[in-house]
Design a binder for this molecule. Structure first.
Ligand code: FER
Length: 277
């Protein structure tokens, strides 16, 4: 990558350890463009038996370049939004391009990315009115499916490291709310948590982090990002304000001119994954 030429600087309010910093990490303009002469990872669609939903469910897995069953990998669970399903990241965000470019530059620890369907109900397609109450509730039910069905399936069938410090959870919008709710609610399972443009399903900060000292001690990374023009930004901001007030270190990234879209989610993923593991 001709980085010296192709840099755009995303101006952001970046907060480390509750200190706001106004300089931006640089993002190469080609961060989401396929590069020649690099190696690529591989997608797989998997199925697992969900006792929670009572059906066989699908998820998509991205294994890194050079993947080998003789190695052991940390896992990122990457969740979609209200209008999506297990393919939303793949179709809208092309995480494989972002990750392969980072792997080629040795800026990323090899990991397995699992993209599940976060609408835990029998018909989990994003059809009809996706705001129907039962469909929205299914995003909460997914906590059980994830913890009791999907994670055990992954850990039984893939060469993964299975302790909290090797599990991350992040997502966009409804998936951002899920990641904050499930990640912060299960610190014994996840040490790395990220919410991108988190939706109204995000619990109140006092419920998310009832014990700031414990969260501070256990979290390796707590990430919150949102576009400044996103109508949902208050769900991120109120969480950030509470974390600041209670001295829980976290990264807070407000993306200028950012809407509720994949521009924000791709930039978030690019910056977030480099901090993992
Ligand atoms: C809402 C507005 C937005 C809501 C959910 C969303 C459940 C989710 C948006 C997304 O996932 O992109 O009022 O209520």
């Amino acid at each position: 990558m001709r980085q010296s030429v192709f840099f755009i600087f995303v101006l952001l309010a970046f907060s480390f350890a509750a200190k706001t910093q106004n300089t931006a990490p640089p993002v190469p303009a080609e961060f989401d463009i396929v590069q020649g002469n690099i190696t690529h990872g591989k997608f797989d669609t998997i199925t697992y038996q969900s006792e929670t939903v009572g059906i066989t469910r699908k998820a998509i897995i991205y294994t890194p370049p050079g993947y080998s069953a003789d190695k052991k990998y940390p896992v990122l669970y990457l969740l979609h939004g209200i209008g999506g399903d297990e393919k939303e990241w793949l179709n809208g965000g092309h995480p494989e391009i972002i990750l392969d470019n980072l792997y080629a530059e040795k800026k990323l620890k090899p990991m397995i990315v699992v993209m599940p369907n976060g609408r835990a109900m029998k018909n989990d397609r994003a059809t009809g009115n996706v705001f129907d109450r039962e469909k929205v509730e299914a995003f909460a039910t997914f906590e059980k499916d994830l913890l009791n069905d999907l994670i055990p399936h992954i850990e039984k069938n893939y060469p993964v490291l299975n302790d909290r410090e090797n599990r991350a959870i992040a997502g966009l919008s409804m998936g951002g709310g899920q990641s904050l709710n499930f990640g912060l609610g299960n610190l014994d399972t996840f040490a790395w948590v990220g919410g991108f443009s988190s939706a109204p399903n995000t619990k109140l900060p006092e419920e998310l982090v009832p014990d700031p000292a414990k969260a501070k001690e256990q979290l390796k990374l707590l990430w919150i990002s949102c576009g400044d023009k996103d109508g949902l930004i208050n769900f991120s901001k109120r969480t950030h304000d509470y974390l600041d007030k209670n001295n829980v270190p976290h990264n807070y990234l407000v993306i200028p001119d950012g809407g509720h879209d994949f521009k924000v989610w791709k930039l978030s993923l690019y910056t977030f994954v480099q901090l993992l593991f």
